[in-house]
Design a protein around this ligand. Structure first.
Ligand code: UDX
Length: 433
């Protein structure tokens, strides 16, 4: 099929490249000419393992095209995906839909034959109705349908999540559309993906409810980890013990620093604001947002306690500053709270991240980025492991720190406390002795 993805961020670029890899002819459209030129040189603007090769292969095979010419892409495509950003409006929980509405208006100028407009951006319930109204101002109803097809891609795993989805959700109020979308997704359905059809508003809510539930699950185990620390229980035993129940499921029960990223924080707030618009109180999601934010403060208190309130002039190394491993994304990362806290307390802070130095820390004078793990850890008093990159999973601490007394605060529970205790290493983690 001929399709176009409008917006070449995480969703549009990964989905477009993967659709091309399934044999479709894909236009990836963006109004950022610099980004489009980079893509034409098969340089991915986003850090996503495996994406560069996939872009290169499909671009060379002429299945994947990059353009800023929206008119041409819309005219040549049967299915048009809206994949632009829907950030949280500053100082509120509200979702900024300006990019979505502006794209809808642009599309409406170029529809001369029947098109399926697919909203893949995460949007509040009833946004599809608004998109339909905007396009309907210029295009007669028989020439288009607006549907919802939310994505469930995790950063760092996006290609795998696209190619092996648990489910494909299609939301439409016109049943005829489902068959067409089933054809597009046929290769994934054949490999076992569930193809689930619902109303357009249903699909819009599924996306938010899915992210909010995952955020709730993580926040739940993080709070249970607090209780485990108070009672000398290993939270990993609780994760296995409850996760073995098929009704609960074992995934997303890893206690950690606090969830971050571009989605959970945004989508939990977005869901609360949508519910408020419909006079519905989502008390659980509200408490998840609060608990997760408080957790970052809790972590600073834990660091203070580990350091016996002596942080001034201590050498602290933070391993991993992004919101999780296998990404370069800093949005809502716990390090954005932890590192300023340490600096304010007078610590001398270094950080190492496999995805490189971060602009967010450029201005911090007493903070240094080290390109290598050993340089980052050498001579430090405290190592804080903030993300679960593979290269952090088998460190010979004594060898790289090169001093006797140092401590480790492993916020991702990468190591076995008993093993490290045997080696006389002062080790602290989350929800464990
Ligand atoms: C999430 C959803 O998983 C994905 O389906 C949706 O499309 C976009 O939002 P993403 O934000 O990329 O994906 O990352 P994810 O792997 O879900 O992790 C989100 C946060 O939760 C990270 O900070 C991660 O460290 C944390 N997390 C995740 C935990 O603390 N424990 C877990 O067990 C899992």
């Amino acid at each position: 099929m001929k399709i176009c993805m409008i917006g070449t961020g995480y969703v549009g670029l990964v989905s477009g490249t993967c659709f091309a890899d399934l044999g479709n002819k894909v236009f990836c459209v963006d109004n950022d000419k610099v980004k489009i030129n980079k893509l034409k040189n098969t340089v991915s603007p986003i850090y996503e393992p495996g994406l560069d090769d996939l872009i290169r292969n499909n671009y060379r095979a002429k299945r994947l095209n990059f353009t800023d010419d929206l008119e041409k892409a819309v005219k040549e495509s049967q299915i048009i995906f809206i994949c632009v950003g829907t950030p949280t409006k500053k100082g509120s929980n509200l979702v900024d839909l300006s990019q979505v509405y502006s794209v809808a208006k642009s599309i409406s100028k170029h529809i001369k034959s029947y098109k399926i407009i697919v909203n893949k951006s995460t949007v509040p319930v009833t946004t599809g109705d608004q998109i339909e109204k905007i396009i309907g101002k210029k295009v007669k109803k028989s020439l288009f349908d607006v549907i919802s097809n939310p994505e469930f891609l995790r950063e760092g795993e996006a290609i795998r999540d696209f190619k092996y989805p648990d489910r494909i959700v299609i939301g439409s109020d016109n049943k005829k559309i489902f068959r067409k979308m089933q054809l597009l997704y046929e290769p994934l359905i054949k490999k076992g993906a569930k193809f689930f059809c619902t109303s357009r508003k249903g699909a819009e809510l599924i996306k938010y409810a899915s992210n909010a539930f995952l955020a709730t699950k993580i926040t739940f185990i993080n709070e249970i980890a607090n209780l485990c620390e108070a009672t000398g229980i290993n939270v990993e035993d609780i994760s296995v013990g409850i996760g073995s129940d098929a009704r609960i499921g074992s995934r997303f029960l890893r206690a950690g620093p606090a969830y971050g990223g571009s989605c959970f924080p945004k989508d939990t707030k977005g869901l609360v604001s949508i519910a408020e618009k419909f006079k519905t109180n989502l008390s659980i999601v509200k408490s998840v947002i609060k608990s997760n934010q408080n957790r970052k403060i809790l972590l600073t208190k834990r660091i203070s306690k580990i350091m016996n309130n002596k942080i001034k002039n201590k050498k602290v190394t933070v391993l991993g500053v992004t919101f999780k491993a296998n990404t370069d994304d800093m949005r809502e990362s716990s390090s954005l709270v932890l590192i300023p806290y340490l600096l304010k307390k007078g610590a001398i802070v270094k950080y190492h991240d496999p995805s490189g130095p971060k602009k967010e820390f450029k201005k911090s004078k007493k903070l240094k980025f080290e390109r290598t793990l050993s340089k980052a850890c050498q001579g430090c008093d405290l190592i804080i492991i903030n993300t679960e990159w593979d290269e952090f999973k088998s460190i010979d601490f004594k060898k790289i720190v090169k001093k006797n007394s140092f401590k480790i605060y492993d916020m991702r529970n990468l190591y076995n406390p008993i093993e490290l205790k045997k080696r006389n290493i002062k080790y602290y983690s989350v929800g464990r002795e």
